[in-house]
Design a protein around this ligand. Structure first.
Ligand code: 5GP
Ligand code: MG
Length: 178
């Protein structure tokens, strides 16, 4: 079993690149069917989604656009704590078919926030795609249209996902050793 260390934590290989790429290809093929003639705008959430998106795009054969955003935290007024907001979206989404591309849905809070914020700009429809989904961690009501891989509730790195900024470059997905 391939093992690595990132900073203070040890990880072991969990999902190999070939399997990840195959799972992405499957959802791309579904998107090619579902979104044909809809001129979709894909909105990829950086940083984590970059490898997922790179692989997905290679298999999309329909006309589409892609835009990259970030969820940036800023300190709310007074003691309301951190507020996360979409940053970097320049396209007009009114009336359009939107597909959000995320690295992972864990509790679902981030995705719910993104959906709420985009809904304010009157898109035609919004679909949600994620590379990874932890069903046991979900705490919000969320409809996920495209899930490449379901995983258990363990902390993972690789294929775009990081531990404290590191590990995004790993081609396989690793899970933390317990
Ligand atoms: P949620 O809002 O669904 O709880 O999670 C959102 C964010 O938490 C993800 O976009 C990701 O940045 C981070 N996250 C959740 N689970 C993991 C994990 O297992 N590994 C890594 N690297 N990040 C995670
Ligand atoms: Mg993310």
């Amino acid at each position: 079993m391939k093992e690595i260390k990132i900073k203070d934590k040890e990880f072991e290989v969990f999902i190999q690149e070939e399997k990840i790429r195959e799972a992405i290809k499957v959802i791309a093929q579904r998107m090619n069917k579902d979104l044909e003639g809809k001129d979709p705008l894909f909105i990829a959430v950086l940083n984590g989604a970059f490898m997922f998106v790179g692989e997905l795009m290679k298999h999309l054969t329909i006309p589409c656009e892609i835009s990259f955003v970030r969820m940036a935290s800023y300190q709310g007024i007074k003691s309301t704590g951190k507020i996360k907001e979409i940053y970097g979206l320049e396209e007009d989404i009114e009336g359009r078919t939107i597909v959000i591309l995320e690295d992972i849905v864990d509790t679902g809070h981030t995705m719910s926030l993104i959906l709420d914020q985009l809904a304010c700009d009157s898109p035609g429809e919004i679909k949600v795609a994620t590379l990874l989904f932890k069903p046991d961690a979900l705490k919000t009501e969320l409809k996920l249209d495209y899930v490449a891989l379901e995983i258990p509730n363990d902390f993972i790195v690789g294929y775009g996902l990081d531990y404290d900024g590191y590990g995004r470059n790993l081609a396989d997905i690793y899970k933390i050793k317990s």
